[in-house]
Design a protein around this ligand. Structure first.
Ligand code: PLP
Length: 274
């Protein structure tokens, strides 16, 4: 399914209603709702472009799913665990998924992921949720320590306040650059969409040159998106306000340098098309 993108909305409808109508259409035609077990969704589409869905979209989607008996699975692997200012990103919406998936930061570097759901699903048959590597005591202990550290250090609130600073600093540092088309995110999950100066055509070349230049200037960003033109900022949750301000300044400088031709095509040829 397409993701609800308020900057590039389906049929020009930034509310997401046209997309929900499209989904309902598919569930009554080519993809019959009765045959669908579950609907996976990211509460912010991360690698697809750091896209924040329009308000209440997830709740409205869940209502459609419920009508067809489709379970909702919320993929919090990348943006969950306090990054967006709440422990779970879905908490920003009046939306309660049936199943939640966690990973990445959960182990603080050790490999562990988690699927959380109601007992009637997880235990629907004996040992259904048992796999070879499950329950590794070292990784599970690390994950419990990470959860405690998030709570004890108030990292969700910190991500919100430092993220607000970072987003505001990026907005003011790049206000003079029409190529910075959209700045969006929640907490410390921020996307910066790069476009042409005179239209909102995507500019993937500018994105990869900006990322390369930022790396030369000591800041690591990634670029993501269906068209490889969105800078992704998902820094550690312990980022300080001073570091956020420095990062925003480097980002603006890197866009300016890339626009001024200070990064050559040859330098970035190996980094094209992520
Ligand atoms: C990285 C990622 C995954 C995959 O996690 P693995 O542990 O590599 O399987 C799933 N969903 C999202 C949103 C991710 O960013």
């Amino acid at each position: 399914m397409p993701y609800p993108d308020p900057f590039r909305p389906l049929e020009g409808d930034a509310s997401g209603a046209a997309l929900l109508a499209h989904i309902e259409h598919l569930l009554t035609t080519t993809c019959p709702g009765e045959d669908v077990g579950c609907f996976f969704i990211e509460p912010i589409q991360a690698d697809g472009g750091l896209i924040v869905p329009p308000p209440t979209f997830l709740k409205r989607l869940a209502e459609i799913c419920e009508r067809y008996g489709i379970l909702t699975v919320c993929d919090e692997v990348k943006v969950g665990l306090a990054r967006t200012g709440r422990l779970h990103c879905f908490e920003h919406e009046d939306f309660m998924p049936d199943i939640v998936v966690l990973g990445k930061g959960l182990g603080g570097g050790l490999p562990i992921s988690a699927v959380i759901g109601p007992a009637e699903i997880m235990d629907h048959t004996t040992a259904f949720s048992m796999q070879t590597l499950h329950g590794n005591p070292v990784c599970a202990t690390a994950a419990l320590a990470v959860l405690s550290a998030i709570e004890d250090n108030g990292l969700a609130a910190r991500a919100q306040s430092v993220g607000d600073v970072l987003m505001a600093e990026i907005a003011s540092a790049t206000a003079h650059l029409p190529q910075v088309g959209d700045i969006r995110g929640r907490g410390l999950a921020i996307g910066v969409e790069l476009i042409a100066a005179d239209s909102n055509a995507v500019d993937a070349d500018l994105a990869r040159k900006t990322v390369f230049r930022a790396w030369q200037l000591d800041a690591v960003f990634y670029y993501v998106g269906m068209h490889s033109n969105v800078l992704e900022l998902t820094p550690p949750l312990i980022l300080s306000e001073a570091e956020a301000k420095r990062g925003a300044a480097i980002l603006a400088q890197a866009v300016e340098d890339a626009l001024a031709g200070r990064v050559s095509d040859a330098e970035v040829v190996r980094f094209a098309g992520w």
